[in-house]
Every structure is written in C-alpha cells, then in structure tokens.
Design a protein around this ligand. Sequence first.
Ligand SMILES: [Zn+2]
Ligand SMILES: [Zn+2]
Length: 308
Amino acid sequence: MNLEVFVLGTGGMMPLPGRGLTSVLVRREGELFLFDCGEGTQIGLRRLNLRWKKITAIFISHTHADHVTGLPGILMLSSQVDRDEPLYIYGPPKIREFVDAMRRTLDMYINYEIVVREIEGKCLVLDAEEYGIRSFPLQHTKQCLAYCIEEKKRPGVFFPEKALALGVPRGPLWSRLQGGETVGLPDGSMVAPAQIMGEERKGRKFCFVTDTIAASGLAGFVRGADLLICEGMFADELAETAAEKKHLTAAQAARIAREAGVKEMGLIHYSPRYSERELKKLVQEAREIFPASFLTRDLQHIEMPFED
Ligand SMILES: [Zn+2]
Ligand SMILES: [Zn+2]
C-alpha cells in the first residue's frame, strides 16, 4: 500500500522563480490530500502531472495569504470535474468565510459539492477505516493548525505453516482467522488468530507543521512520525526575528524532531531571504541537533514504505 509525499512548494511569504509556496500533496491508495494551497500551488501539481483533479480533501494550516491564495485557482480549474464525492476543505475559523466570499465574488460555478469544516485546536478531523487525520493547535500570529495522517495498526503476518500444524485446513477458515475471528475445527478444538499470526504491525505517520513557534505539546503530537515536514524558516542568527514573527528556526524544528523521536524531518517554508545555496546553512544547523534532517525541495517525491 503506497504512501507518497509530493512537495509542491517550499517557500514562505512569497513564491519565487523556482520556489513555490509551501504546499504538500500526500497520496495514499489513490486518495489525495493537499496540505496548504498558496499562490501558484497549481503549477507544482501540473509539473508533477498528478491526477490532482480528484483531490479528496484540502487541509489549510491558517488563513495567511501564502497558505490559501491558491485555492481560487485550484477550485476554478477543477470546477467541471466529474465527481460524486464532495471536496472537503478543513481549516481554522475564517476558512469558510474565505471560501464562500471567493466563490461568490468570482461567480464560480462548481459542479460538485464543497464541504468546508472549520476546526479549532486538537481534533480527530477525519476517521477512515485504515487511518485517521488529526489536527493540533500551533502558536502563530493567528489561529494555525498542524496536521498528521496516522495509519491504524495492521494485522500481523499470517503463518500458513502454523495454521496447518494446528490442523486448520487451507480455505475459508484461513481468511476468517486473518480477519481476527477465532474459529472452531471439526474435532471441536478452537484456534485463535494470535496462534497463527504475528503481532499487529505499526502503521505509518506523516506530519505537516508550519507557521509556529515551538508550541507546547507539539513534540507529543508528532511523536514517532515516519516523516515530519516542519517549518524551518530562519537560520539561528535570526532566532529573534523568528520569535517576533512567530516562526521556527531550522534548529528549533530539529529540537522538536529529536524530542519526538521522528524518523526523518524535512524542513520547509524557507524565508525568501535565502538563496537555494544559502539554505545549506539551515540544514547544517538542523543536523547538528537532529542528524536525519533534510531540506525539502520543490517537486520532490518521497516514498514512505512500511517498516515491516
Ligand atoms: Zn507562511
Ligand atoms: Zn503565517
């Protein structure tokens, strides 16, 4: 089962030639989840040639222009898409007002339903059969949310030889056992799934955190993530500016990643003051604290395989 991340843009504040605004698309089994949608997000989607017109849900961190002004374009381009399911847009308060005003003033005719859900703070935003999507309140100059996609545990590995040794014949009883059912055999004995299967396996966890200071509880929210995409807007020498504007430095992001024990952390939402070459400084500072840090790049494709 594929879980893939496509980095559509990595910049903060304004798009630059060669650096789009922070936006990440996650694809899981044909479902597409878009995290933030600044001006020009559709360029990244187009360049990656994704079947993005079927986006399942859009998650907005906050209503600052660099995170939402791509929405009109995305909705306009996909307005005539043939789809039965609604498009969900999640975000903090004001997101509904923004979407409604834009549809009204731009006279947008969209031939499917758009459902806007406003979220405040910590929520289970979406509870699907195989995964959940949660939000967490960040600390920025306005209400802002982090999100994570967390897969539920998967059943353990099935050992056919154990089943045969216990006298369970190949066939429907095997699938019932794999489905978690205890089954009875013709000789009257009972066999439980735990006797023929390994332990439950961990699902994967992806987190998207941008525009915040090191909010309390944030490390707990991203704990154990396989991939944390986290704002690292400034180098250490601008820590004061970062605090004033309520943003994270790369080193602060690394401290969160270390405390949370994540597997890998990709920096994002770079200040436009840094050229591509100068971004090295950010990742160097992060790696001193958390070695598995990297710079996300526009159009980067990251696969998230299962651990086992
Ligand atoms: Zn921003
Ligand atoms: Zn912001």
